[in-house]
Write a protein that binds this ligand. Structure first.
Ligand SMILES: NC(=O)c1ccc[n+]([C@@H]2O[C@H](COP(=O)([O-])OP(=O)(O)OC[C@H]3O[C@@H](n4cnc5c(N)ncnc54)[C@H](O)[C@@H]3O)[C@@H](O)[C@H]2O)c1
Length: 315
């Protein structure tokens, strides 16, 4: 019999690639999404398949799904910096009440629970790279805290359901991910640079441009998520890429790969509590699940630029 997964947040950027992977692996999938930041357009092609259905629903409300469920996957949460000030209360509620409602459903259905947590729970980290035992440095009053603390609360709730009710849980801490189906206006550096380069506008570089990030291509991330979901381990597992790049180098690379004539424009730092460095330690997932990302930045950015070319052509 086919396994069945409910994927909350399946109409979003990561959701699309994750659901595609589940369908290729022979799962039946129910996408649950309130379309807060995802779109129906994202999943139109997936819904053409017999094995994929869509339920428009806000997970802050209790959720009933008929029939058996083997896996409950929680990808639902606005995750872009622009959303943190636009819909802060919705983010906190999605992380808290939403995660609670999905855990109750997992308990009721005796389903495994895969949760998309984030590197943001490490805040502005004091150690590099960040391993899973590091408890983080989050400014609870800062503008990012709605997301960071929401995700920390969700992890605690998930561990509690595991301890108290024996729900099989799997937590993945996702580091910066990029690839096709990112939103052009999500305020993230990869989408900003790609859209600016393809539109011939200057690439805006905040601060001195020496702050670093490590970027994971979405297919690599989904490979990691899939392994974590099927594993017998709760984690948490970091998933990301260890290649670190400064924002200045990234801007130069996007200009080169897009063939753009755009220049780089320096601006003062927008958010002073933005982390200066962020890089995952991947030893745990490598040793436990044999996982390593395989897509280099040049390949991933080339595919991402192809996606944004379509987006720009449609605008
Ligand atoms: N993209 C990244 O780099 C990144 C990094 C770390 C963690 N994550 C996590 O991965 C998950 C997916 O992120 P993404 O980048 O695909 O973001 P996204 O905004 O593209 O997708 C999130 C999806 O969740 C849906 N959603 C939001 N609130 C909801 C609610 N209350 N009820 C039902 N659906 C709701 C949105 O409509 C959207 O389709 C999120 O949990 C995010 O926190 C992403």
């Amino acid at each position: 019999m086919r396994a069945r997964a409910v994927v909350a947040g399946g109409a979003g950027f990561i959701g699309y690639t994750f659901v595609s992977r589940l369908l290729r692996e022979g799962f039946d999938v129910v996408i649950v999404d309130n379309l807060a930041t995802g779109t129906r357009r994202n999943i139109n092609d997936l819904l053409q398949e017999n094995h994929c259905e869509f339920v428009e629903h806000d997970i802050c409300q209790p959720l009933a799904i008929s029939g058996p469920v083997d896996y409950l996957v929680n990808l639902a949460c606005p995750a872009s910096p622009v959303d943190f000030s636009r819909i802060p209360v919705e983010i906190m509620r999605t992380c808290s009440e939403g995660t609670y409602n999905l855990l109750e459903l997992a308990l009721h259905k005796r389903a495994g629970f895969l949760h998309a947590s984030t590197s943001e729970i490490y805040g502005d980290p004091e150690i590099h790279p960040q391993h899973e035992d590091y408890t983080g440095n989050v400014n609870i009053a800062g503008p990012r805290a709605v997301y960071d603390e929401g995700k920390r609360y969700a992890e605690t709730l998930i561990h509690t359901y595991h301890r108290e009710f024996d729900v099989p849980v799997h937590i993945a801490r996702i580091f910066n991910t990029y690839g096709p189906r990112m939103r052009p206006d999500d305020g993230r550096v990869v989408s900003n640079f790609c859209i600016q380069a393809l539109s011939g506008e200057p690439l805006t570089l905040y601060g001195d441009g020496q702050q670093t990030r490590s970027f994971c291509y979405v297919d690599d991330l989904v490979e990691g998520l899939f392994r974590v979901m099927l594993s017998e381990f709760s984690g948490p597992f970091n998933i990301g890429n260890i290649e670190e790049i400064s924002m200045e180098e990234l801007a130069e690379k996007v200009i080169e790969l897009s063939g753009s004539a755009s220049e780089i424009e320096h601006r003062p730092l927008l958010h002073p509590d933005d982390p200066k460095r962020r890089r995952p330690a991947l030893d745990r997932i490598k040793e436990t699940l044999g996982y390593e990302p395989t897509t280099d930045l040049t390949t991933g950015l080339t595919r991402t630029l192809d996606w944004f070319r379509q987006v720009v052509a449609e605008q």
